[in-house]
Design a protein around this ligand. Structure first.
Ligand code: ACO
Ligand code: OAA
Length: 368
């Protein structure tokens, strides 16, 4: 059957089933393997959630211990990757560094056996190594040496340790851990769908992740958390919000961190991330950040009735934690590698080549 109705951007099109997560716009909910994401963020470590996303169940204490041992044992930055970061001009975007590093890591893996177990092991290796890449890349851009990973720390604490060389207050570690849980998985979003397209050709897992990183980089998707901070910097202070916004909307600009393809009444993850941002604002005593945040949210509501998405609170939260703005989207990628790889494996387990149709609107047939 040929359906000639065009679904631009695949909006509203259901292309497959998934057991990994469900995004429900009617109930404004997000479930990972059946668990509400808000509960997972409040009660579980990122490692527990990563395990859940891959295996379908939360780990027992024993399973978690074994999983953590494997992850902690593979955190160290490989010399090839360290060199790659050092050779990249500091003017390069960290998402380019990450994409190239994952591609290089893929070339260091053996292709066979090319089965589900080996893909899972590769996914865990990526999960373990992405923080070292992201952390060292930020340090390198600021002329600093890498900091070795610490096996005695959990994932979130070690990530912060490798980036800053010190452990922040538990409020900060908790906010960071929650952001990772919230970013980990979101069904058939653009980058995950990209990974599934790559999987559907029976390509390898690293190729899927490289492609997904490319899709995430754009400001309509993951790049928005970085763009939110650029917007805040451009606006400057809460008192300038209305003038800035009217001007931006008059020139038909998209306001970064607002709107969503699925959620039209607000992103299910925002209240949890906003609470984490509130805690950071108090911890760092930065009411100015909250004032600007609130003023822009309110003005967008009044003028367009469009609500914030997860990138809106996470941008300023990462800023307050001390990450530089170009590092924000790589942080998203480090969390989402769990979802991408789970979807890659699911796609190949029930595969059908993803290949939609198009309607040709070019020059009609003619002779050469
Ligand atoms: C974690 C994530 O990846 S969440 C997404 C992060 N991305 C962003 O924050 C970028 C800014 N937001 C956007 O560009 C959009 O809201 C998207 C791409 C996320 C979703 O887009 P779509 O589902 O295609 O919505 P669509 O573009 O059809 O928007 C409907 C209307 O709202 C407007 N609109 C939607 N988002 C915004 C926005 N952020 N700023 C201004 N106007 C907006 C559109 O211009 C459109 O108006 P129109 O009907 O007058 O043309
Ligand atoms: O689902 C989407 O379209 C984008 C998003 O929020 C995500 O990937 O987290």
């Amino acid at each position: 059957m040929t359906d000639t109705e065009i679904h631009k951007g695949l909006a509203g099109v259901v292309v497959d089933t998934t057991e990994i997560s469900s995004v429900n716009q009617e109930t404004n909910s997000l479930l990972y393997r059946g668990y509400p994401v808000q509960e997972l963020a409040a009660k579980c470590s990122f490692e527990q959630v990563a395990y859940l996303i891959w295996h379908g169940e939360l780990p027992s204490d024993e399973e978690l211990g074994a999983f953590e041992a494997v992850e902690r044992g593979q955190r160290e930055l490989r010399p090839e990757i360290r060199e790659l970061i050092e050779q990249t001009p500091v003017s390069g975007h960290p998402m380019d560094v990450l994409r190239t590093a994952v591609s290089r890591l893929g070339s260091l893996e053996t292709r066979f056996p090319d089965d589900e177990q080996s893909d899972y092991e590769k996914a865990v290796r990526l999960f373990a190594q992405l923080p070292a890449i992201v952390a060292y890349d930020q340090r390198h851009r600021h002329g600093m040496d890498p900091i070795p990973a610490r096996e005695d720390l959990d994932y979130a604490s070690n990530f912060l340790w490798m980036t800053f060389g010190e452990l922040p207050d538990p409020v900060v570690i908790d906010a960071f851990g929650q952001s990772l849980v919230l970013y980990a998985e979101h069904s058939f979003n653009a980058s995950t769908f990209t990974a599934r397209v790559v999987a559907s050709t029976l390509s390898d897992l690293h190729s899927g992740v490289v492609a997904a990183i490319g899709a995430l980089k754009g400001p309509l998707h993951g790049g928005a958390n970085e763009a939110v901070m650029a917007t805040f910097a451009e606006i400057g202070s809460a008192s300038r919000v209305e003038v800035w916004l009217d001007d931006a909307l008059a020139s038909k600009k998209k306001i970064m961190g607002f709107g969503h393809r699925v959620y039209k009444n607000g992103d299910s993850r925002v209240p949890t991330m906003k609470a984490a941002l509130d805690a950071l604002v108090e911890h760092y005593n930065r009411p100015d950040v909250l004032e600007l945040y609130t003023a822009l949210e309110q003005a967008m509501g009044e003028r367009k009735n469009i609500k914030p998405n997860l990138d809106y609170p996470s941008g300023p939260a990462y800023h307050l934690m001390g990450f530089d703005t170009p590092t924000f989207t790589p942080l998203f990628a480090a969390a989402r590698v769990t979802g991408w790889t789970a979807h890659f494996i699911e796609q190949q387990a029930h595969n059908s080549l993803i290949r939609p149709l198009s309607v040709y609107t070019g020059t009609p047939q003619r002779a050469v």
